[in-house]
Design a binder for this molecule. Sequence first.
Ligand SMILES: *[C@@H]1O[C@H](CO)[C@@H](O)[C@H](O)[C@H]1NC(C)=O
Ligand SMILES: *[C@@H]1O[C@H](CO)[C@@H](O)[C@H](O)[C@H]1NC(C)=O
Ligand SMILES: *[C@@H]1O[C@H](CO)[C@@H](O)[C@H](O)[C@H]1NC(C)=O
Length: 836
Amino acid sequence: MRLTASWIALLQLVFLELVSASAPILRPRQYDTREYYALHLSPDAIPQDVAGHLGLEFEGKIGELDHHYLFSGPKSDSDVVSEYRRRRKSKRDAGANDDVILFAEKQKVKQLEKRIPHPPILRRSAPLVRASHDPNLLQRFQEISEKLDLHDPIFHEQWHLFNTVEKGHDVNVTGLWIEGVTGHNSTVAIVDDGLDMYSDDLKDNYFAEGSWDFNDPGPEPKPRLSDDRHGTRCAGEIAAVRNNVCGVGVAYDSKVAGIRILSKQISDADEAVALNYAYQKNQIYSCSWGPPDDGRSMEAPGILIKKAILKGINEGRQGKGSIFVFASGNGAASGDNCNFDGYTNSIYSITVGAIDRKGNHPYYSEHCSAQMVVTYSSGSGDAIHTTDVGKNQCYSGHGGTSAAAPLAAGIFALVLSVRPDLSWRDLQYLSMDTAVPINTDDGMWDKTATGKLYSHRYGFGKLDAYAIVQAAKTFQPVKPQAWYKSPVIMVNHEIPQGPKGLRSEIEITKDMLKEANLARVEHIQVHMNAKHGKRGDMSVDLVSPKGIVSHIATKRDLDNSAAGYQDWDFMTVKHWGEDGEGVWSIIIRDTEVNEYTGSLTDWSITLWGESINADRAGPHPLPGEEGHQTATERPTSTAKIMTTDIPSSWAHDHAQATGNPTDHPTRPVNAKPTSTNVSGSAPTAEADEDKSGFLPSFLPTFGVSAKTQAWIYGSFVVIAAFIAAVAVYLVKQRRKQKAREDGMNYEFEALNNDDLEEGAPRVQGQAGAAAGGRRKARDLYDAFGASDDESELFSDDEDNDDHEKGYYDDEAARGLDESSKGRDGDREKLLGRQHR
Ligand SMILES: *[C@@H]1O[C@H](CO)[C@@H](O)[C@H](O)[C@H]1NC(C)=O
Ligand SMILES: *[C@@H]1O[C@H](CO)[C@@H](O)[C@H](O)[C@H]1NC(C)=O
Ligand SMILES: *[C@@H]1O[C@H](CO)[C@@H](O)[C@H](O)[C@H]1NC(C)=O
């Protein structure tokens, strides 16, 4: 009897192995009538047996996740797996030891609502564009077309590939095509709402093996809903065939797969399968969606999705790592920031923002310290011209950061076509190394420790296809990844309201980094817990030992949540290349003086980077796996804390003014804690005396205290404040000067009547576009239901912006130089991912 059971078990195991070696099992889901449970089982468990015990049906393996299976049962409010586990636990307590369920999650379905459909695009007509062609560029364009035998009818409209009007505002790809670098042997998967594989412009480059429809399960991700057009348009940007239909893709000989997930409800388990789908063949996953960009959401992928992303990084592309490209988000006009989106602020994704055909920052493209690069999309009266759903259909209004991410993905396809051996991190190095800073005079750029420029708005700059591929040809792959994870620093201290911030520090020594096998820093994550009555009032800066400042969390006026930051990971790429050694500090602020107050509970920092010794490096364990430590499992230490008068805008503007941030220490030398766990968290008189750790204000301390440390602190702050004031004053003067020079154009130029663009639905407010620049911008904004608070951001009074407030304010900064603003006020409360 026992023997038979074992045999059956063995056969089942063999069967499962066979099945999992081929395509994943993807049975149609019935979310209306059934519940789905994702289980991580111990390796020796037989899922069919487990199903029997639970009274559930076995649905199959969850993609590439080892020992993860999906089960289903009839619709019910209860969680039958939890109940089962509870019952077992009470038995186990009585002696039984049979817990084969390592993790279980009842699946919630998210209706993957798309972004509100954009109104029809009133595109400015082709003759208008042609009227301003530069004759030299036009001639060059014709030569290139002839040389490449390129006769696609809308190629001449594809300014993002070769701009014959605004010189240099394209991805600089044609030189590569002439060299023969066109994307051969590269494959990009479009994770979206489908892909029209029967389009004459796509069918020759369609990669069926890498494609799947998760919404209407089956191998063909065909667009079915009337607005399932987004994925096809993205695919066209990458791999539209060089033929006589529409235009061409940036990598027009690459292959493109469609993974359809955005058109119906989907669970985390299915999304996890999707992000690893055919991950040995699909090299790049282009993702133009995410949590709502409403300026108040703060959502991260669920644990199954996190596991899948890391699985793809560790094992996808024969271990070199899947390339995940994410659009930064379209919520900038709502004050959103891509560090509040767990997909874009993942270290495993390359976050791509947008610039428009004039190289301007479009009103929608989000800022954040996790942003790597930008590339072209809609704005300044035009959009991306690409393939549409249909046999021979083109589209001239593709836009938002949605259109920027696939363009980047296509450029990465060109890179991989010459260097398929490069790792996911190599590609990030290349992006950073070759990105071209743009609009460097707009006051948003800082020098990093390695001498590169970085902007929270543009990342390291715009992608240049030619430059990145040339650099890739000789790129020396970097050593495997290593990481240093700090203890959790327990703070439990209120955040002062007003311009002061609460500062907390940790010192990381050379020995700690050596022990962690970490040679130099790449990404940095700050894990945080903070409580607040209005989350959007808080902002956080990270200051490195080299004095580089990342604005890891920004104020968000629309974020009224009382949930605070809960186990949130903020991320920054700005410290790339630093050695990591020294004191790292965070400064958390609550600049709005109101009834909503908050406190910082705890934080920890992870330095991710290149290993010293490749042999000692290994892949990072998946969440829930042996060796993986959640933040709550890390050792803790008590914090040394202090309030600080130093506004981060100082560091920002100062660096801008001098061009050398490392000349200036950003923290008082004596504030360095002797260890990370100095004394208790509450500010006591003792702490005050001890190391001037708690300074209520710099003035009382300065000169009053006999203690040298306090004196140093005081003088430092005075000097810093003075330099900051001068720097800010100079920058202001320059901005004003520039605003004067630019006259009304500055705010204005994009407000002409033919400026409707995708992602910029102008419901009203168009009519009066000819009147008064700034006022216009505000009217336009108001027309979309903005609160009074926000319209202040666009007020005429420049002196009312960030420096007076004493903190860095994305929104105020944004208000200074945007060429257009508009907002869809009809924001629904969206539950799922949104199109970008
Ligand atoms: C753009 O490509 C051309 C070759 O076609 C190259 O000479 C030029 O340097 C590239 N531009 C940049 C900024 O690298
Ligand atoms: C594509 O890959 C195959 C096999 O690896 C190789 O023989 C071929 O030269 C590659 N083609 C190009 C254009 O790189
Ligand atoms: C800091 O914490 C470590 C371990 O948690 C402990 O060994 C050490 O004595 C502490 N140092 C101080 C100054 O409290």
